[in-house]
Design a protein around this ligand. Structure first.
Ligand SMILES: NC(=O)c1ccc[n+]([C@@H]2O[C@H](COP(=O)([O-])OP(=O)(O)OC[C@H]3O[C@@H](n4cnc5c(N)ncnc54)[C@H](OP(=O)(O)O)[C@@H]3O)[C@@H](O)[C@H]2O)c1
Length: 313
């Protein structure tokens, strides 16, 4: 069985097709024939060695990938699930050793897996779990009330785009940043106000929310450049663990999607929101498994809108 993995950490060129042993679903587990796996910033980080110490607890090959979609082809014994062989499903994967989403076949606990949205392809479905859950977590941490205002940096990106759409579904007013080329995209996601992205992002947000925003989700990792946009006593959700100086009574939330694993209720709600038209699945391009290194190169060059997806045909 094939996977895309690496024997040693490095640039995109270290990615290679690797042969992996067959896996089977045990009790409480299902096996997916993976059809699609997204490329995320965390994958390029893993490949480059950001998590080398933790990954080296297992022997190589190391397999990246946090999102998978495909068809269930095995349900383990004594598995309490409504999922059945043949269902098109999606799941978040927390990579460890050779257990990552870039593989043709993966075993997951049944409570990490939900049906794909009706009408979605595997490639489309694969774009939802990890970033959708991350966006949901940031919003849950900020715990804003309908009518309150959230600012979103990196709104054209995968996480930022989902934050914009989920925030609108939660009844929030959304101020989002965008480059001129992305303004129409970010508006189409539902942002009430779009401000130009850039180093003076805090001042640009304050220009349209002079009192400061109630919360900010920092998809572009703007940190000290963005914190000035948050009102005294507001909230700041960091996807990179940033805590600032704990200033002005602001609550700093560290979003870490791993704590939303095994939450089929949350993932299934995201599925429903796609079916209800509240969330948009965006695929920039798909790459056959043999071109995974090329896909990583393109992703790292920046500027992709929607996710790049590796497909296992
Ligand atoms: N903690 C967690 O659990 C977790 C989970 C998921 C993601 N994350 C993190 O969340 C971040 C976003 O992930 P993603 O998948 O959404 O990435 P993405 O799709 O690449 O989105 C980032 C967006 O920010 C834009 N951007 C770059 N510099 C900017 C700036 N100065 N001002 C405004 N926008 C800017 C990028 O535009 P260009 O393409 O033009 O550069 C891109 O549109 C990453 O740092 C990722 O590692 C963390």
């Amino acid at each position: 069985m094939r996977g895309v993995g690496l024997m040693e950490f490095g640039g995109p060129e270290v990615l290679q097709i690797v042969d992996l042993p067959e896996v089977h679903a045990g009790p409480g587990e299902v096996r997916l024939r993976v059809q699609a796996a997204t490329i995320n910033p965390t994958d390029t980080g893993l490949r480059g060695g950001l998590r080398a110490e933790a990954m080296r607890r297992d022997p190589p090959p190391y397999i990246p990938g946090m999102d998978a979609a495909g068809v269930i082809d095995e349900v383990g014994p004594d598995t309490d699930t409504s999922l059945a062989v043949g269902d098109l499903v999606m799941a978040m994967v927390l990579p460890s050793g050779s257990h990552g989403a870039y593989r043709e076949s993966i075993v997951l606990t049944a409570d990490s897996v939900v049906r794909a949205p009706k009408g979605a392809t595997a490639a489309e479905a694969s774009t939802l779990p990890m970033n959708g859950l991350t966006a949901r977590q940031s919003l849950d941490q900020l715990a804003l009330q309908p009518g309150q205002t959230i600012a979103v940096t990196g709104a054209a990106g995968c996480y930022g785009g989902y934050v914009v759409q989920l925030a609108k579904a939660d009844g929030l007013r959304v101020i989002a940043d965008a480059s001129p080329a992305d303004e129409a995209l970010v508006r189409s996601l539902g942002a009430d106000v779009v401000v130009p992205r850039g180093d003076d992002i805090a001042a640009r947000i304050r220009a349209v929310a002079p009192e400061g925003v109630d919360g900010l989700a920092d998809g572009a990792v703007q940190q000290e450049l963005a914190i000035g946009a948050v009102r005294d006593g507001g909230g700041f959700a960091s996807v990179r663990g940033w805590r600032g100086n704990e200033e002005r009574g602001i609550t700093f939330h560290r979003t870490w999607v791993g704590s939303y694993d095994h939450r089929p209720d949350l993932l299934d709600r995201l599925r429903q929101q796609v079916e209800d038209g509240q969330l948009t699945l965006r695929v920039a391009a798909t790459y056959p498994v043999e071109q995974a290194a090329e896909a990583h190169r393109r992703f790292q060059a920046g500027g992709t809108r929607g996710r790049l997806v590796i497909r296992f045909d």
